[in-house]
Design a protein around this ligand. Structure first.
Ligand code: SF4
Length: 353
């Protein structure tokens, strides 16, 4: 970076005070609000996350109400945002804060990082924004901004560069207004120093930017090529009886924990959809089914893999239904689906049942 750190901090803070978006979590220093916004924004864009932030606070206005809530209600308020581990961790964290900290968030980043689902970034955001602690944050936006400001030529995906970026972010964070500064860095990355075409002409710290000076900003940051995302073919048995479908609740720990779904799973190599449906219903429920018509073929992407869901209407032929994988099973009518929390991919075909 060119010129002094203090000038850089001043220019950025000045820009933020004039240009910051008016977002609901910026109107409060309540650590619960800051925490909720940071967790929502981990995998979600601001525009998409806004209504969830408002809805979640209407359902659970305080950390105490969240701690006392039933897990189902928490997942229901989160439904549609995906990555449900975030909601389950928030619920657990609320319980710990109420029990161990008398309902008050700890203000130290070290203690915050001991709470479920709070990593170095979230701890830094809460400590600096809610408690004015001079600790840095480093998310994707800040990494990109720093890589361009310092014209870093190494991949930002390696742990050694990440370490360096944390140190750099720490050195830049001022002791006065660290929360505003951190938000300004993120805001700069979200609105000006954007991934494809940074708007350098509108940048408040352009004169500090090595990447701009070298005209290499468009080639930065350098990234390590990603491995191809695996793809799984999945069968789903919509088992139908007397106007109702059989759904099961997944175990609370693990992938999509605590969510409701239809029986089914991955197709093995060399298996056809009918064989896979028969096998999964035998393994998960101990029953034999008759496979009927195809309801839908749906594609869905998770962070680390993609799936194609092949949904078939099925009927029970023989056997007594026993939950061998799910913690609960229910027969429910399509009108009752909305009472249950389904994974996002399921919402693409529920209306067809
Ligand atoms: S001058 Fe351009 S590349 Fe440098 S920080 Fe500003 S927007 Fe990013």
């Amino acid at each position: 970076m060119k010129y002094g750190i203090t000038t850089f901090q001043k220019s950025l803070l000045q820009w933020f005070s004039e240009e910051a978006r008016d977002l609901p979590w910026r109107r409060s220093k309540d650590p619960y609000h800051i925490y909720l916004s940071e967790i929502i924004l981990q995998q979600t864009r601001v525009a998409q996350g806004l209504p969830y932030f408002e809805r979640f606070l209407t359902c659970f206005p305080t950390i105490e109400t969240l701690a006392q809530a039933d897990e189902h209600a928490v997942l229901k308020a989160w439904e549609g945002l995906g990555y449900y581990t975030r909601a389950r961790n928030m619920h657990r964290t609320a319980g710990i804060i109420v029990e161990q900290y008398q309902g008050h968030f700890p203000d130290s980043p070290e203690l915050l990082q001991l709470l479920p689902g709070i990593g170095k970034y979230t701890a830094g955001a809460i400590a600096s924004i809610a408690f004015n602690k001079p600790v840095p944050v480093l998310d994707g936006n800040v990494k990109r901004v720093l890589a361009r400001l310092d014209a870093i030529q190494d991949s930002i995906d390696t742990s050694s560069t990440e370490k360096l970026l944390w140190l750099r972010a720490g050195a830049l964070t001022p002791s006065k207004k660290p929360g505003d500064f951190n938000q300004a860095m993120m805001e700069l990355g979200a609105r000006i120093c954007v991934p494809k075409s940074p708007i350098c002409d509108a940048c408040p710290v352009q004169k500090h930017c090595e990447g701009y000076a070298q005209e290499s900003q468009h080639k930065l940051p350098k990234r390590t090529p990603k491995k191809a995302v695996p793809h799984h073919e999945v069968v789903i048995a919509a088992i139908y009886k007397d106007g109702k479908y059989l759904i099961g609740k997944r175990p609370s720990e693990g992938f999509l924990g605590g969510l409701w779904e239809f029986p089914g799973g991955k197709i093995k190599s060399g298996e056809n959809t009918t064989d896979a449906l028969l096998r999964k219903c035998r393994e998960e429920l101990g029953i034999t089914i008759c496979v009927g018509g195809l309801v839908s073929i749906v594609k869905h992407a998770y962070t680390h893999f993609k799936v194609t869901l092949n949904v078939y209407r099925c009927t029970l032929v023989s056997g007594k239904i026993k939950p061998k994988f799910h913690t609960e099973l229910h027969w429910v009518s399509p009108e009752e689906f909305e009472k249950f929390v389904f994974p996002k991919g399921n919402h693409k075909f529920l209306h067809l049942l």
